[in-house]
Design a protein around this ligand. Structure first.
Ligand code: ZN
Ligand code: ZN
Length: 345
């Protein structure tokens, strides 16, 4: 039996995940996050006049109770599944970004007439399209996340991410494949539309700046703080910066079990869409005491059965319930409609 295709697939996926500089989990970006975390902790200790020892910093960043928790171990399993098993499914976007982009540009040309090529240097056109696509990615992310929280059927699949009781950068991979499929298709729509509108307005196609095909602005945020959003480190942006950027503390609030935090901070790198649509919660500058997870004590939490298969069953039950729901009994008359009440009055 020839195992070489399997082995080369395994190493191909592994190197795509860790060695490709634009990957969401590249080693370079992980080291960058680690460096920033060390600097933040060291500065905080320095300000408090405490000694700065590497061992203490390391222990603060990787507490045993987090690293060895059931939740973190489940995250490793999710990482494995998403990179090596569902990596195949992720390419299955039902909607084609390119087709949608071309259709939008053609539609605008038919409706409004062709635009002459904009007299801009290539780097300006490329910068404009890079910013447009980044904003479209963020809007698509926010919309998918909003729907996942608001529609009970979709929440069953997104709940998997929220069942994490401790946060590590691998929690990013704790997502159900159904959630990912919907996310990718919503992204194809938002980014395809933005690219089509951009191409039309610029009068010619322009390509974004990227690193291994990932938008360069998104890569910048991945290196800066996206990994730290799933961590124990409280880095909070408050004031005007807290309205613009989704700091690590913003996302930790999103995972909180406190009802006042439910359905808040749904953005990825930016907070602007949350600010615009009324779902923003700016975290306090000092650490807020938070508990993470939904139904963390339920049976089969952090297992394949509980996190991969059970959402299908629960979502199917929700649909069944909806179809089987009997018509509601007629509403009781209000006092002003009830003849007995009126007679008594
Ligand atoms: Zn969420
Ligand atoms: Zn999260």
């Amino acid at each position: 039996m020839d195992f070489s295709p399997g082995i080369s697939y395994f190493f191909g996926q592994l190197s795509k995940a860790f060695l490709s500089p634009g990957s969401h989990i590249s080693l370079l970006s992980l080291f960058s996050a680690l460096g920033i975390a060390f600097i933040v902790l060291a500065v905080r200790r320095y300000k408090k006049g405490r000694p700065i020892r590497l061992k203490t910093l390391f222990r603060a960043l990787f507490p045993k109770r987090v690293v060895l928790s059931k939740s973190s171990l489940a995250d490793v399993g999710y990482f494995y599944f998403n990179v090596f098993v569902f990596g195949i499914i992720f390419g299955w976007a039902l909607l084609s970004y390119d087709t949608l982009s071309r259709s939008i540009a053609d539609l605008l040309t038919n409706l409004l007439g062709a635009m002459p090529p904009a007299p801009l240097p290539a780097f300006v056109s490329r910068s404009i399209i890079t910013i447009m696509l980044f904003l479209a990615y963020e809007l698509g992310y926010w919309l998918n996340h909003y729907l996942s929280h608001r529609i009970p059927f979709l929440w069953e699949f997104h709940k998997v991410h929220h069942s994490a009781t401790s946060l590590t950068p691998l929690t990013n991979f704790r997502v159900h494949p159904i959630y990912m499929c919907i996310f990718i298709n919503i992204l194809a729509i938002s980014m395809g539309m933005a690219n089509g509108i951009g191409d039309y307005l610029l009068g010619q196609p322009a390509s974004q700046y990227g690193l291994s095909e990932t938008n360069i602005i998104l890569v910048f945020f991945i290196y800066l703080y996206v990994h730290l959003q799933h961590s124990q480190l409280w880095i909070s942006f408050t004031g005007w910066l807290g309205r613009l950027l989704m700091s690590p503390a913003h996302h930790q609030i999103h995972h909180s079990r406190d009802p006042i935090h439910f359905n808040k901070n749904l953005g990825s790198c930016l907070a602007v869409w949350d600010w615009m649509f009324g779902t923003l919660y700016i975290p306090a500058a000092e650490r807020e005491v938070l508990e993470f997870g939904v139904e963390p004590d339920r049976e089969h939490a952090h297992t394949i059965r509980g996190e991969l298969i059970a959402p299908f069953v629960r979502a199917a039950l929700l649909i069944k319930e909806r179809f089987e729901r009997r018509p509601a009994p007629p509403a009781l008359p209000t006092p002003d409609q009830d003849p007995v009440f009126i007679e008594r009055a």
